[in-house]
Design a protein. Structure first.
Length: 330
């Protein structure tokens, strides 16, 4: 039988590169790997269903489950994970000297439903006394004006949210003091350029994130891998086949990253940083599957529901293809 041809749209990551290069193959699948920026992948998959398989924002995927039938089925493969304390910025004269000072402020966010923003709002509520509805939210383009929500949101009245003025970007509004703070996955332009009017709310990001992990055991999940539902329903076996291949690709990346003959990436202290990550987070610090990530996923799903994005509180097991939740025992 000829292999099934599928197109997989995903970022250019070490943990998926073996699939892109063909050194790891999924059983029964001829995979075309498209390296695309995450925003483009999400937009094209959410709006037009262009790919059979794609990386997707965890928040956008959970939002998609409100449809009946839902358009995608996910695998517990987390192509992006990242602590997000570094994603919170403020205007230097906003009166924000600690996260607690965000109460009552005006906070920009490119999209309310972005996974990074859901995480950061949850962390601020749980740990710093800043509930999501204690601030006013402004959405819009960060570096280019006019951005809209990729996924439809139906928010409760308790969420105070408005659009950025026409022609204005969130980065410029932050630098000019028109908003007090900004939570965003990408570094805002003024901060990257060294503009003294913009700084991070957490001055020592690494210390804050290590403390957060020590207290919670959470390494936040940003993205999952989804299969278009029509493909999954015709070929349910692709879930297990892809899951196995993505696991193998991640294991290959672990091994390559620890090769000290030559640095894989342009980070002078890559090896000691990797060893520290293993010591702090565990050997399989970028773990896949539900069991090891149940607490992290449950926490995110609670935030999603609390912030008005989910119709009900979901369980982690409801998110994923059953075939990817267990493996055959030999």
């Amino acid at each position: 039988m000829a292999p099934l041809h599928l197109t997989f749209a995903c970022g250019d990551y070490d943990r998926t590169r073996a699939l892109a290069e063909g050194t790891v193959r999924a059983d029964g699948i001829d995979l075309t790997y498209l390296r695309l920026p995450v925003e483009e992948t999400f937009f094209r998959m959410l709006r037009h269903r262009e790919f059979e398989v794609a990386e997707m924002s965890l928040s956008s995927y959970v939002l998609s489950l409100r449809a009946d039938p839902s358009p995608f089925v996910a695998l517990p493969v987390f192509t992006s994970r990242m602590f997000r304390h570094s994603s919170l910025y403020c205007h230097a004269d906003s009166g924000i000297s600690s996260p607690e000072d965000l109460r009552g402020k005006v906070v920009g966010t490119p999209e309310y439903q972005l996974t990074a923003c859901v995480w950061m709002r949850g962390v601020l509520g749980d740990r710093h006394g800043v509930p999501f509805d204690s601030v006013s939210h402004v959405t819009g383009g960060q570096e280019s004006a006019g951005r809209i929500e990729k996924a439809k949101v139906d928010l409760p009245d308790s969420v105070r949210i408005s659009r950025a003025p026409e022609g204005r970007t969130l980065s410029a509004m932050l630098a000019d003091g028109e908003i007090d703070a900004l939570v965003t996955p990408r570094v805002p332009g003024p901060f990257a350029a060294g503009d003294p009017r913009v700084r991070r709310v957490f001055p020592d990001v690494v210390a804050a994130e290590k403390e957060y992990y020590a207290d919670t055991g959470i390494f936040p999940i940003m993205h999952v891998v989804v299969i278009r539902r029509d493909v999954y329903e015709r070929h349910p076996w692709v879930a297990q086949s892809l899951f196995k291949a993505l696991l193998a690709a991640k294991d290959a990346a672990y091994a390559t990253l620890y090769d000290t003959s030559a640095l894989r990436f342009m980070l002078p202290w890559l090896t000691p940083q990797l060893e520290e990550a293993r010591e702090v987070l565990g050997a399989d610090y970028w773990s896949y599957g539900v069991e090891r990530n149940h607490h992290t996923l449950s926490t995110f799903l609670r935030y999603h529901r609390e912030q008005g994005l989910s119709a009900r509180l979901l369980s982690p097991q409801e998110l994923f293809a059953p075939e990817s939740l267990e493996s055959a025992v030999i």
